[in-house]
Write a protein that binds this ligand. Structure first.
Ligand SMILES: Nc1ncnc2c1ncn2[C@@H]1O[C@H](COP(=O)(O)OP(=O)(O)O)[C@@H](O)[C@H]1O
Ligand SMILES: N[C@@H](CCC(=O)OP(=O)(O)O)C(=O)O
Length: 360
């Protein structure tokens, strides 16, 4: 376990709910006081909290036959107020100001939204205000949705260049089998050099969770590959964050690789957030994937689809349409279209902003 200065703490729905579905306010208060201690010890903390649907569901009864999308929207929009009010009340007792940020996947796709969000979170942290983030569930339906808040927490950690991601759920970490089976053992450490552990994980979810342990694992691995240490731990355990601070946390710890450049962290999560697609010829493919660092020049481009602006994410494909990597556009699609195949032009993707999938 490494020291941490900037961390994202994600609290799953089931951590904040009792088995009967009612909000677990004692647990919430306990976590709030520990988060406040992390902040007062000098750490910058961003909280990603689920729980809107769970808080809404217990207070607003709805007819069984109602369209599930409407149900989710009603519970999320009514529950989010309850959730954030509860946080507001608990943090206010400790004189800790908070801010609410509701985001959609689209906010990570659009460079302007992304930068606005990043700047806002950084400004809040500078002022000692705790940002509390959740998905804006009322507008994100099906393909617009994050897989779950673990994905949102991973994206947030990359965005703010956090060194640590703490995923609090209702089990102590990843086990070698069903966590309720006494023969299952906690996997305490995952490193890129170690064999895969995903086959231990079953698709079961906690009663209020969305993504399950598999998506948590995938996001944890990706974050660790970018240089962010990840802890999956039990938010229902008393003193979980104090144990984290004392480096005595019972958890699954993902050892981070060498930290990647902030722009690469952002790009690496861009697989679902690109604005345009670029097809490159064989020569450009060889050049980009060689050991020599090279930018992507218009001469190696054979086709461009989609409309993008300077700064947007681009997906790069070879002539067989294999996905090669992601890059940040140095100029807009309108200009790029005119330069396809031309010599002596400015790179469309600079090598500092190029993320090749082989490097994962
Ligand atoms: N091998 C495993 N180790 C730990 N948990 C597992 C494993 N396989 C499946 N799970 C399930 O994953 C659940 C946690 O994921 P999830 O329901 O998405 O939580 P959250 O709401 O906190 O995001 C656990 O409650 C557990 O039932
Ligand atoms: N945005 C939703 C959370 C969805 C979700 O990912 O839940 P979880 O798997 O418990 O982290 C809510 O607040 O209810």
């Amino acid at each position: 376990m490494l020291d941490s200065k900037t961390l994202v703490v994600k609290i799953g729905s089931n951590v904040l709910t009792q088995s009967n579905g009612l909000p677990d306010l004692d647990r919430m208060e306990h976590l709030v006081s520990q988060i406040q201690k992390l902040i007062s010890s000098g750490k910058k903390v961003v909280l990603v909290s689920s729980g809107a649907v769970a808080f809404g569901r217990q207070s607003i009864p709805l007819p069984g036959g109602l369209n599930p999308v409407f149900k989710k929207q009603i519970w999320a929009s009514t529950g989010q107020i309850r959730l954030i009010n509860q946080y507001q009340e608990l943090f206010a007792k400790l004189n800790q100001p908070i801010a609410q940020i509701l985001v959609t996947k689209e906010d990570f796709r659009d460079r302007k939204h992304y930068l606005n969000m990043k700047n806002c979170i950084e400004a809040l942290l500078q002022q000692g205000i705790l940002p509390i983030i959740n998905e804006n569930d009322t507008v994100t339906i099906t393909e617009l949705m994050f897989t779950d808040n673990d994905e949102l927490a991973g994206l947030t950690a990359a965005m703010i260049n956090a060194d640590t991601l703490l995923l609090l759920t209702n089990v102590d970490g990843i086990f070698t089998g069903n966590p309720t089976d006494p023969n299952s053992q906690l996997i305490e450490k995952v490193a890129s050099s170690m064999p895969e552990v995903s086959n231990y994980i079953s698709a079961t979810k906690s009663s209020f969770g969305r993504g399950g342990m598999l998506t948590k694992y995938a996001m944890a691995k990706k974050s660790a590959s970018l240089g962010i240490q990840v802890f999956i731990a039990n938010g229902k355990r008393d003193g979980v964050l104090t144990e984290f601070q004392n480096k005595s946390l019972r958890c699954t710890w993902f050892e981070p690789n060498k930290s990647k450049h902030a722009a690469i962290k952002w790009l690496a999560h861009g697989a679902h957030y690109y604005k345009g697609e670029i097809t490159i010829n064989q020569g450009a493919r060889e050049s980009l994937t060689s050991t020599v660092i090279r930018s992507l020049l218009p001469i190696g481009i054979t086709a461009i689809t989609g409309e993008f602006s300077k700064g947007d994410i681009l997906l790069i494909r070879d002539t067989e349409q294999n996905k090669i990597g992601l890059g940040r556009a140095e100029y807009a699609s309108k200009i790029a279209q005119e330069l396809i195949g031309l010599k002596n032009q400015k790179p469309l993707v600079h090598y500092d902003y190029l993320y090749l999938f082989d490097h994962e």
